[in-house]
Design a protein around this ligand. Structure first.
Ligand SMILES: Nc1ncnc2c1ncn2[C@@H]1O[C@H](COP(=O)(O)OP(=O)(O)O)[C@@H](O)[C@H]1O
Ligand SMILES: [Mg+2]
Length: 170
């Protein structure tokens, strides 16, 4: 794997967002949730501990109709969820929330069936994707979160695929 593989080409211009509070996080999550493309997307979330990655995931899951307590996957690497069916009906939406913070054994990628997850339809979300660099497919969108002054979140959204470009335009 080369550095280029870990930083796939960017499609279009990055989007710079400022989230002054969690309501802004929620508003963006709702925008993405309202798209058809989100239902088969892979979003990579980068940023230091406390940057707001899990918070964004929780708002996105809620906006997609996930009910009940939303556990953070830090110890399990992945938490599966079910979102509401698409408008018009059909099957529930499979969602996988990965946190690769403690991921350090590449064998787990095969053993735990992560390859199959990424090959199947549904929404995949990954915190700390760089910890699984070389194993993960190209994300449709990368969100880079950073804490700014007054606890605001500065977010850079980049598209790496056509689906990502559509999501970026949402
Ligand atoms: N947009 C935001 N504005 C203000 N605080 C936020 C925002 N997003 C997240 N937070 C706060 O930051 C803290 C850490 O967020 P978390 O999502 O757990 O970070 P990460 O998953 O990146 O480690 C939480 O207490 C959360 O309430
Ligand atoms: Mg987190």
């Amino acid at each position: 794997m080369t550095a280029a593989d870990h930083h796939p080409p960017i499609v279009g211009s990055p989007l710079q967002l400022l989230w002054p509070d969690e309501e802004a996080t929620q508003a963006y999550a709702r925008r993405l949730a309202a798209t058809a493309q989100i239902r088969n997307a892979f979003l990579a979330l980068r940023g230091d501990l406390g940057a707001g990655k899990t918070t964004f995931v929780r708002h996105l899951l809620r906006a997609l109709g996930v009910a009940g307590r939303i556990k953070s996957p830090t110890y399990a690497v992945v938490e599966p969820h079910e979102g509401a069916p698409a408008p018009g009906g059909g099957a529930p939406l499979p969602i996988w929330h990965f946190d690769f913070y403690r991921f350090n054994d590449p064998r787990e990628w095969e053993d735990a069936g992560f390859r199959d997850v990424f090959a199947s339809t549904g929404l995949k979300l990954a915190e700390w994707p760089d910890q699984a660099a070389g194993l993960l497919p190209t994300p449709d969108l990368t969100l880079d979160l950073a804490v700014g002054a007054d606890d605001t979140r500065q977010v850079t959204v980049r598209a790496h695929t056509d689906r990502g470009a559509t999501l970026l335009a949402a």
